[in-house]
Write a protein of this length. Structure first.
Length: 75
């Protein structure tokens, strides 16, 4: 799924932006760690971004489930 081409609800849009931000943070922290950085902030950033990614993915999943339920009700 191309995250940039999704057009849905406000909650989903916000979650997609959160996924993008978490991905960017993960990439930056991983690059710093791979470059030999021994800064503990990189490890903390990596952990926080992973948690953020999971939370935003859960929002998207819940939104999809709610949409499915609404479609089932109206069908």
């Amino acid at each position: 799924m191309d995250v940039g081409s999704v057009s849905t609800s406000n909650a989903t849009s916000t979650a997609i932006e959160g996924l993008k931000k978490a991905t960017s943070t993960i990439d930056n922290a991983a690059q710093n760690i791979a470059g030999g950085s021994q800064n503990p902030e990189d490890i903390v950033s990596l952990s926080q971004a992973a948690t953020s990614f999971k939370a935003n993915a859960a929002v998207i999943k819940t939104s999809d489930e709610m949409t499915k339920s609404l479609l089932d009700i109206t069908a």
